[in-house]
Design a protein around this ligand. Structure first.
Ligand code: G16
Length: 542
């Protein structure tokens, strides 16, 4: 065991979801070690405790995981539970922590960000409830990272993570586990697998899941092919690769062209789905039809009682602030509470632990429930499969019927990626400076009813999170949200979220960008987005 002298890095404050930087940044000598030591020094219970470790298989996963294990052993962790081959999806991590009563877990992932030597890497800590470390804990990591003068590490050979079973590293017991089994068993306990299986066997549901060469391939093969009887073609790009095959493991309309083409074929699949790098996001589509994440949350909440695990009804739901208000309408009609939290799954943890909500989700393609404490891509896909099987309706028909009943919340997100960080801060500062004077004025031909900077007061532990994004709400309906992403690694990313409510079914087919054009113009008028970003158009529109 060695104590190595080090000096602090100043940039180890975790963002929306852990510490995320470029691979090259993480490869700097002692960068990874320092942040890991900050975790081990902060979470005292890890000494003598059980730590679960795994990642999404991206470039640097194999090197970093050995460092995690060596430092865990040197910091007195009693037992490490590791996914075979160093793999564990984020929801599987949550599941394994909970099932095995572990003290916490370390996930090596930069989620939907690209991988490879020129891509991104990241570290997340999950607490003993299986959920992302709450703000107070990530701030403590940051403080510890700035006060470090040394770290502890065991000097030893790499451990073989390809063989299942028990082994050891110094005094630390190590168990290499099947990364899929615990999670797949949990999925089978929640949904009506017999019904889904019968519908697939009858050819009524022809699924195609695109794993985008990220972590979900092995999970999807176990679920869809081995447990639900779909044929081998039902899972594509199933082998996890360090660079995700050169693709972008982000399941949005922009990066799923290939899957859309498969669904467009005459005798092709009629149910499409995909997940991201670490398996917590999801996207569901039918031929020629994408379900927006905000609509997906609302539809799942509205139909939850068709799924065995949620047959008794929902205690409540929650959405992140920028997520559309579609689920609020379902909650109001169903008579259960709907909570509005800041962006970041960590903010759902207390509501789930306290039994206030059953289902929650975000516009960023995350949906989940109280079955674990992370968003869960395959859970959402199975939920949709259960729904399509139980309703005997295709995806598009289910969504359209939902709109007819509740009205449609038109929704789009415009991302301005990798813009100059100072310019992005200037845009937000100018916007914040005029918040007090916006109400009552006009923009895009509409009258502004309210403008504020979203603040959240956690009803469970009383903590507060301020400055979580600027909201501009118009009279009647219509809402703009401006915030800076907390997951990018280059410059800053401005996210502009635009939504409007449309009760009239005759107007549900209008193109989203056309339907929201006046609000898009209003955003420009209010915040001079193009001017500050130095761009004529967003980098990505979803
Ligand atoms: C993370 C968080 C989500 C958040 C998303 C986007 O997801 O867990 O809660 O909605 O980032 O955050 P931002 O808008 O700050 O970039 P993931 O899948 O990247 O871990």
């Amino acid at each position: 065991m060695t104590t190595v002298a080090t000096t602090p890095f100043q940039d180890q404050r975790p963002g929306t979801s852990g510490l995320r930087k470029s691979v090259r940044h993480f490869q700097q000598p002692q960068y990874l070690e320092n942040f890991l030591q900050a975790i081990f020094s902060t979470v005292a219970a890890l000494k003598g405790g059980t730590l679960v470790v795994g990642g999404d298989g991206r470039f640097h996963n194999d090197v970093a995981i050995q460092t995690v294990l060596r430092m865990a052993a040197a910091n007195g962790v009693a037992k490490a539970v590791v996914g075979q081959g160093g793999l564990l999806s984020t929801p599987a991590m949550s599941c394994v922590i909970r099932k095995r009563g572990a003290t916490g877990g370390i996930v090596l992932s930069a989620s939907h960000n690209p991988g490879g030597p020129d891509g991104d890497f990241g570290i997340k800590f999950n607490a003993e409830n299986g959920g992302p470390a709450p703000e107070a804990m990530t701030e403590a990591f940051f403080r510890a990272s700035r006060a470090l003068s040394s770290y502890e590490i065991l000097e030893t050979d790499d451990i073989d993570l390809s063989r299942l079973g028990p082994t050891a590293l110094g005094d630390m017991a190590v168990e290499v586990i099947d990364p899929v089994a615990d999670h797949a068993d949990l999925m089978e306990s929640l949904f009506d697998f017999d019904l889904i299986k019968a519908r697939i066997a009858a050819g009524a549901i022809r699924p195609c899941f695109d794993a985008l060469h990220a972590v979900t391939g092995p999970y999807a093969e176990a679920l869809f092919i081995r447990r639900l009887g779909a044929d081998a073609a039902a899972v594509v790009n199933a082998v996890p690769l360090p660079d995700f095959g050169g693709g972008h493991p982000d399941p949005n309309a922009f990066y799923l062209r290939d899957l859309q083409d498969r669904l467009a074929a005459a005798d092709g699949p009629n149910f499409g789905a995909a997940s991201d790098g670490d398996g917590d996001r999801n996207m569901v589509l039918g031929p020629g039809f994408f379900v927006t994440p905000s609509d997906s949350l609302a539809v799942l909440a509205a139909n939850a009682t068709l799924v065995p695990a949620y047959a008794a009804g929902l205690k409540g739901v929650a959405r992140s602030m920028p997520t559309s208000q579609a689920v609020d309408r379902v909650a109001a009609a169903g008579g259960f509470p709907c909570y509005e939290t800041p962006t970041g799954w960590k903010f759902f943890g207390n509501l789930l632990d306290d039994g206030r909500i059953t289902i929650c989700g975000e516009e960023s393609a995350g949906t989940g429930s109280d079955h674990v404490r992370e968003k869960d891509g395959l859970w959402a896909v199975l939920f949709w499969l259960n729904l399509v099987a139980a309703r005997d309706l295709p995806v598009e028909a289910i969504v359209r019927e939902h709109w007819r009943r509740y009205g449609r919340d038109f929704y789009t997100r415009h991302d301005y990626e990798a813009i100059d960080a100072d310019r992005a801060e200037t845009l937000m500062a100018k916007l914040r400076a005029k918040l007090g004077s916006l109400a009552g004025t006009q923009a895009g031909g509409r009258r502004i009813a309210l403008a504020d900077d979203f603040a959240y007061h956690d009803p469970v532990d009383g903590s507060s999170a301020v400055g979580q994004g600027v909201r501009v709400i118009f009279e009647e309906a219509g809402r703009l949200v401006f915030r800076l992403s907390g997951t990018g690694t280059k410059g800053a990313t401005l996210r502009l979220y635009i939504e409007d409510f449309e009760p009239d079914p005759a107007r549900h087919d209008i193109d989203t960008q056309v339907r929201l054009a006046d609000l898009i113009a209003a955003a420009e008028e209010i915040a001079a987005v193009s001017h500050h970003c130095g761009r004529d158009a967003p980098s990505v529109i979803t």
